[in-house]
Design a protein around this ligand. Structure first.
Ligand code: BJW
Ligand code: ZN
Length: 271
């Protein structure tokens, strides 16, 4: 039996040519070449904290000012970034295949807008959007690209380890614009320990059921439930191809593993 996973691009290209419905699961690695950091690298801390310490409901209720500083920093970082060759390769693949009656969907963990910017039309954002807010009181979700998002966060959010918290009073943090509400706003992203939007998850389930080829791109496959998407498809006997710098805990489930930067490997794979 051939060793799994294979790194034979010719074989992948044959499966790709036959596929009618491709699901592409993406993570932070796809935006590294845009200048956005990943979550689980060796040095990936903001001040002295990791994302797991800050992107939680507990942290947001205990130290909303610190959590907003973190997200303000991340929003400013995303604001001027451009898609990579990997984002464009996926968008062009979708357009080309759609013209032939085929289907490509992106299921992304990324909270930036780079897939849409690159021209992808079918994008399921399972971890929310950095450029949206949600009111903790009335639940309203709004697109919000203000920079800074509120005056008090201006010049805050530095990631350097020795920077002290700005300790912004909670009434000076982003607040709901509805006059009868004025509730505290939070970033409209999925914190650790929170459930994913069930409406979006239902759509994801259907795509994972319907696809006849799946790509897993630039994700550590550590955070659930997304870590199970590729393996779920593979368990139906459908080919799954992983594009990453290195192997992940799920690599052994997949048909293909293409090691390297996805902004280099994907354009060739999907041409
Ligand atoms: C390149 C590259 C290049 C670099 N080219 N590649 C079952 C088992 C165990 C735990 C759980 C479980 N079910 C739920 C949990 C708890 C938790 C979880 O999974 N914890 C794990 C850490 C174990 N999950 C949740 O809480 C989720 N909710 C949920 O499941 O609800 C039900 C439930 C709750 C509680 C208990 C049980 C069930 C919610 C998860 C929300 C994740 N949110 C975040 C933050 C969003 C806001 C923000 O932006 O701050 O989403 S966390 C963070 O990680 C972010 C990412 O989307 C997510 C995934 O990270 P990603 O994208 O994979 O990035 P990295 O950095 O991890 O990896 C980058 C990869 O790229 C690396 O592999 C590099 O090699 C590669 N790379 N350059 C190609 N150029
Ligand atoms: Zn409100």
């Amino acid at each position: 039996e051939a060793p799994r996973p294979s790194s034979n691009m010719n074989d992948f290209r044959r499966d790709f040519a036959k596929a009618n419905h491709i699901a592409i699961v993406t993570g932070a690695g796809i935006a590294v070449a845009s200048g956005l950091p990943t979550f689980r690298g060796k040095h990936e801390t903001w001040r002295k904290w990791k994302t797991q310490d800050l992107a939680t409901p507990e942290a947001f209720s205990r130290v909303p000012s610190r959590v907003w500083e973190f997200f303000h920093y991340r929003r400013e970082l995303v604001m001027d970034k451009k898609p990579t060759a990997a984002h464009y390769a996926i968008a062009e693949c979708e357009a080309r295949l759609r013209a032939r009656g085929k289907d490509v969907v992106v299921i992304t963990q990324c909270v930036d807008d780079l897939h849409l910017q690159a021209g992808s039309k079918r994008v399921l954002k399972i971890h929310g959007n950095l450029m949206e807010t949600r009111c903790v009181s009335c639940g309203h979700v709004h697109a919000n690209r203000h920079s800074p998002i509120c005056p008090a966060l201006k010049d805050t959010g530095s990631p350097e380890a020795d920077v002290a918290d700005a300790q912004i009073p909670v009434d000076k943090l982003p607040r709901c614009k509805k006059s009868d509400c004025h509730g505290l706003l939070r970033p409209n992203v999925v914190f650790f320990g929170e459930t994913l939007d069930s409406h979006i998850l239902t759509k994801v389930e259907k795509e994972l059921e319907d696809c006849d080829l799946c790509l897993v791109v630039g994700t550590s496959s550590i955070v659930y439930p997304a870590a199970m998407f590729g393996p779920r498809v593979a368990s139906r006997g459908v080919h799954v191809a992983e594009f990453n710098l290195s192997a992940s805990p799920k690599t052994e489930y997949f048909t293909y593993h293409f090691s390297g930067r996805c902004e280099e490997t994907l354009p060739a794979a999907l041409a």
